[in-house]
Design a protein around this ligand. Structure first.
Ligand SMILES: C[S@@+](CC[C@H](N)C(=O)[O-])C[C@H]1O[C@@H](n2cnc3c(N)ncnc32)[C@H](O)[C@@H]1O
Length: 557
């Protein structure tokens, strides 16, 4: 989540007081308003900008890096955070208009004028003007009616000090404060007492409203308009205000809204960074504090750049960005990952279905995209069920199921996965309901169903989509040596598989039929998700046929 901050600063430009009948001056007050989402952005000066205008007349409504102006000199002194991305290239200044209104009226006016306000994402329509809310200390500093200060003191002492406060300089030595300190200082220094924080050039000019004010940022279309050219709805509000007094408490002011690197969305920054024609990567997976990219060949020359932007835009939750180096080939289904940005720890904690799972992506399998599918299976389980998870990994299904069902038997061939599975049982307090095995899946099925435990097993989950169907042969003859009229449960088997066939259901059904050596199996088939172009992951659910369980042929493993 980004935290938005609006930061306003009054420029040392002449403030015209509203002539009573004219409402607004032709050359209104100018303020600049800087937007930053982090405390790392430095705001250095309010002097006139040297700007590069970005020409793109066919632009759509709203903030865009293709709009506004690009300051060249303004932020030169900023310290570059790193040399991968030049954040200065992403600063844009927008000329806007705003209504400066008494603070007490701003919320009512905001809802009334909403359709005419800026309404840009993540930017509040109401902005504060630091400096028009001053605490007693500052009032004393200035001398409320000039008392206690000589003219010289007023001009050189208190005003200099005030300037320091406004422009972010430390008391005494005149050093520029860090942005954090500066904002803190503003927040601490100014309250809602109301006091004109204006330089000499404003002396003698009277304004009706001396209390706290707010800016209502107007729609970008009104940026250069005079009062007469504003929409009727705004003029009506102004006229109403004038009825109460001959002087309006409202002012039309010109603003400069500055949006920094922190403001822009990930895709906007990437679009600006990557060469034209390269598709901006947008799909990635999150596993705890890690974002896992799956970059295409064309992205590889820019992988560090992409990772840095992804990290910047997902901080602080995300601390590491990795890329999958090659397709998963190994038995344990672990990924070859390259850390591109952030810290190098691939041990993380994922929260799924309200459970916490510890995972080490270098040694075990995890796929957050299967969360919905796991939830679907869990929804079908009841407290009467006994579940057998043949390829359980670190236990996302098995551990969650243990909260619902009577008992769970969970198995994985990968010893690291089993270690994490045991840990996750303890973390989620299900260790008494869940029994852990570290065996080959085929042997596990045979051993479990040869034991007394088999009698109560009602659900079997087989999530190893590449090969699980071929493991079904393990069920042939599992009850062969038992009396046919014995106490049995024929479990519901949920087996996962991939298919690239034209008719994926038929294709997967065939694989199941071949493994079971059974012609008529009543299978409920479900497409889970597309894993690659033209490649489906499917889930087949069926009750273990009696003919298979009592078949003569037993596996020779
Ligand atoms: C696709 S993952 C699924 C893990 C888990 N069900 C999940 O959703 O995260 C498949 C798991 O099967 C395990 N595995 C691979 N071959 C196996 C085998 N022959 N016997 C048992 N487990 C195996 C892998 O270690 C891996 O953890």
């Amino acid at each position: 989540m980004v935290v938005t901050r609006l930061f306003l600063r009054i420029h040392s430009l002449p403030l015209a007081t509203l002539p009573p009948k004219l409402f607004f001056p032709k050359l209104p007050l100018t303020v600049s308003l800087c937007y930053s989402t982090t405390t790392t952005t430095t705001i250095t000066t309010t002097q006139a900008l040297t700007q590069t205008r970005i020409h793109d007349p066919a632009l759509s409504y709203g903030p865009s890096l293709h709009k506004g102006t690009k300051p060249q000199a303004e932020y030169q002194q900023q310290e570059q955070q790193d040399d991968i991305i030049d954040e200065q290239n992403f600063i844009r200044v927008f000329d806007l208009a705003a209504l400066r209104v008494p603070a007490k009226d701003c919320f009512a006016l905001e809802s009334r004028l909403r359709g005419h306000l800026l309404n840009w994402p993540r930017i509040r329509n109401i902005a504060r003007v630091p400096g028009d809310e001053v605490d007693p200390e500052v009032i004393d500093l200035l001398g409320r009616q000039g008392q206690g200060f000589s003219t010289e003191e007023k001009e050189e002492g208190n005003l200099v000090s005030l300037e320091r406060r406004i422009y972010g300089k430390a008391e005494g030595d005149g050093d520029v404060l860090s942005p954090v300190l500066y904002r803190d200082k503003l927040a601490r220094t100014f309250n809602s007492q109301g006091y004109g924080l204006l330089g000499d050039e404003f002396k003698g000019k009277t304004r009706k409203w001396k209390g706290s004010t707010r800016l209502l940022l107007l729609d970008e279309r009104y940026a250069a308009r005079d009062v007469e050219d504003l929409p009727e709805a705004i003029k009506v509000v102004l006229k109403e205000d004038m009825k109460e007094s001959t002087e309006s408490a409202f002012e039309l002011v010109r603003c400069k809204l500055t949006l920094f690197y922190d403001y822009w969305q990930m895709n906007e920054i990437l679009e600006g960074l990557l060469p034209k024609g390269i598709i901006v990567p947008s799909a990635f997976e999150t596993v705890g504090h890690i974002i896992h990219l799956n970059l295409k060949e064309e992205h590889l020359p820019y992988k560090n750049l992409i990772a840095k932007v992804v990290l910047d835009k997902n901080k602080p939750k995300i601390k590491t960005v990795v890329n999958k180096i090659e397709a998963i080939h190994n038995d344990y289904r672990t990924m070859q990952l390259e850390v591109l940005a952030g810290n190098h720890s691939l041990v993380t904690t994922v929260v799924e279905n309200g459970m916490r799972f510890h995972v080490d992506l270098t040694t075990v399998y995890w796929n957050s995209r299967l969360a919905t599918e796991r939830q679907r299976l869990l929804n079908g389980f009841t407290h009467h069920d006994v579940v057998c998870d043949v390829f359980s990994g670190v236990g996302p299904l098995a551990v969650s199921a243990a909260k619902i069902v009577k008992r769970v038997y969970a198995n994985d061939l990968n010893p690291y996965a089993v270690e994490y599975l045991e840990r996750n049982c303890v973390v989620n307090k299900v260790e008494r309901k869940l029994e852990v095995f570290n065996m080959d899946g085929r042997r596990f099925i045979q051993a479990l169903f040869a034991s007394e435990k088999a009698k109560r097993i009602t659900q079997v989950v087989m999530n190893l989509p590449n090969d699980a169907a071929e493991y079904l042969d393990a069920f042939r003859g599992i009850f062969r040596d038992r009396p046919k009229n014995g106490d049995f449960t024929f479990p519901m088997i949920h087996v996962y598989g991939f298919s690239k066939a034209q008719d994926p259901e038929f294709d997967f059904h065939e694989r199941i039929r071949i493994a079971l050596k059974e012609m008529a199996v009543d299978v409920k088939m479900r497409r889970v998700r597309v894993v690659a172009p033209g490649k489906w992951m499917l889930c087949a659910s069926f009750v273990l046929p009696e003919t298979v369980a009592f078949a003569d042929s037993k596996l020779d493993v």
